[in-house]
Structure formats: structure tokens, C-alpha cells
Design a protein around this ligand. Structure first.
Ligand SMILES: [Zn+2]
Ligand SMILES: [Zn+2]
Length: 144
């Protein structure tokens, strides 16, 4: 969905990060993709700027996640995925069979969209929910 924007370098700088071609390409790849894993992101970065080591990709993913420019999702039992949609407290639905993952908007539109039955005195600002099930393709395949 996202095309290359000159603003990406500014965003990196604004987040206190050094601007490198690999980081710009990585942010473009993550934003243009749909919950990609690190391997897919590495391919996307290489398609844009040529060879970048796996370690450099992991380092950049870590830096951009820590800076809040991308979000890391870690469904149990599958590799971490990354996305450019941050700060809106949306949730995810994951297929138990094939691992496909989709966004589920926050039920109430603002964080935290769930009320804890016991907040333990915390001031809660986020709720992260993962819905699990079978995607349409997998439920059809297993159905008959
Ligand atoms: Zn599936
Ligand atoms: Zn998402």
C-alpha cells in the first residue's frame, strides 16, 4: 500500500535513528507488506538496495521496533511478524493451520479496548489480543 516516500528518512531521524539505505528500505518493505516475517523482509530489503546481511536486517528490525516505527507481533509457535501499523492498539487473528494472520480493529476504537477483570491497581494503556482459529481456506480443506 505504501510507496516510497521522501519522508521516511525524516521519520528515522525524528525517532533518533541514523538514516541508512537499509533502514529506509526496511521501513518501506514492512509498511508495504502484510505482517511479514524476517525472511520476507530481508528479501524485500535486498530487492530494494542489494545485499544486506541477515544480521543487519535483524539489527534494523530491532532498532525500528524499539523506536516505535514498526510493531512486532509474536503469535505463539510461529516466527515473529512485523507491521507498519503502530499505535492504534489493533489486534490479530491467526490461523492455527497455515499461520495466516490478519488485523482485527480494536473493538472500541481506543486503547485499551478491553477492561481487565482485575487491574491490580495498574493504569492500563494497552490490551493485546490474539484470536486463534481456522482461516476460510483451511476450514474448507478440513471440512469435508
Ligand atoms: Zn489457514
Ligand atoms: Zn496488524
Amino acid at each position: 500500500m505504501t510507496v516510497s516516500r521522501p519522508g521516511i528518512a525524516e521519520e528515522l531521524r525524528g525517532a533518533g535513528l541514523r538514516v541508512t539505505a537499509a533502514r529506509v528500505a526496511l521501513l518501506e518493505t514492512v509498511r508495504g507488506g502484510d505482517h511479514l516475517d524476517a525472511d520476507a523482509i530481508a528479501s524485500g530489503v535486498r530487492a530494494r538496495v542489494g545485499y544486506v546481511s541477515v544480521q543487519a536486517v535483524y539489527d534494523a528490525l530491532h532498532a525500528l521496533t524499539a523506536a516505535g516505527l514498526i510493531r512486532r507481533i509474536e503469535p505463539a509457535g510461529s516466527p515473529a511478524r512485523f507491521e507498519g501499523r503502530v499505535m492504534d492498539n489493533h489486534h490479530h487473528i491467526v490461523c492455527r493451520s497455515c499461520g495466516v494472520l490478519a488485523d482485527v480493529d480494536c473493538a472500541t476504537g481506543e486503547a485499551p479496548c478491553l477492561t481487565a477483570s482485575d487491574d491490580h491497581g495498574f493504569s492500563i494503556d494497552e490490551a493485546e489480543v490474539v484470536y486463534w482459529g481456522l482461516c476460510p481456506g483451511c476450514s474448507t480443506a478440513g471440512g469435508s
